[in-house]
Design a binder for this molecule. Sequence first.
Ligand SMILES: C[S@@+](CC[C@H](N)C(=O)[O-])C[C@H]1O[C@@H](n2cnc3c(N)ncnc32)[C@H](O)[C@@H]1O
Length: 298
Amino acid sequence: MHRDAILLEISAPETRVARKLGSTFESCMKTGSQADNRFENDAEKYAAYLQTPEGRLRLDLACANVQEYFPARQESNYMCALDLGCGTGAAAVTLARLGFHVTLLDSSPAMLDIAQRAALEASVGGQITPKYDDVSRLRNLFNLGSFDVILCHNVLEYVDDPGAVLSDAARLLRNSSAILSVLVRSQAGDVLKAAIQTGDLAAADDVLTSDWGQESLYGGKVRLFALDKMRKLMKAASLKVIAERGVRIIADYLPPKVSRSAEYDRILELEGKLGRRAEFVASARYMQFLAHPLKDGV
Ligand SMILES: C[S@@+](CC[C@H](N)C(=O)[O-])C[C@H]1O[C@@H](n2cnc3c(N)ncnc32)[C@H](O)[C@@H]1O
């Protein structure tokens, strides 16, 4: 699509944007599956968060972790990736720069607009296919075994049935060396945040036994994941976890004398080392799971 045509669509009303995206906007609305208005109504707020040191750390660490496990490139064909709940497309742009063709799936047209713009600005617009839809419909959207890499980063927090999304994603992995990267908000991480960052001991105590936390950016409810629960979900979805990582273990609690901006590279390096250590995985703000399908074409 020509750049001007895309920009025209970006400023167009939501329904036109969605239609242009080759979407099923109306069916999505009918099934009530337009999951989460918070991302639609204030997508720019999320984009701004990603520019903060904390936002950058989450993205940089998660992308570096996936890159370690990329399947070997086949000579004959290009690699396909799917970004579930792609948001502003920051991770997708990284994958596109590395040579992937990336399909972006999100239930927020506003997010998809931002993602498309980011792809154009990074000169990788030709490697991006935006798709407006709901992850709960994943099994109806793509052929089995279509993707070499699938990202599922901070979207399970907002869906009704995380296990179903994981099972459907597993079926879309091309073969046994294809990789699924799942990033979720850690329950233990939320306990630490409430106690250390906010000093709210009652909240910390509550979160210890709750599947739900409070999101600071938009203020809504957000699902929390415990390590053992995630392991069970992955197994039940026929996924073989090959690595577990903690993402952001210390950065949120550093004292003011450590500038998160000026010291970004040092913090990133240390976080990378800590995140590999099993003893820190669950206490991170996010846990990342890298997995292969248990068998081809599950
Ligand atoms: C916290 S953001 C994460 C964005 C991106 N994956 C990242 O890591 O920066 C969650 C994204 O998931 C999308 N989302 C939430 N529920 C969804 C659903 N049921 N189907 C598709 N996308 C959904 C939101 O619109 C939003 O863009």
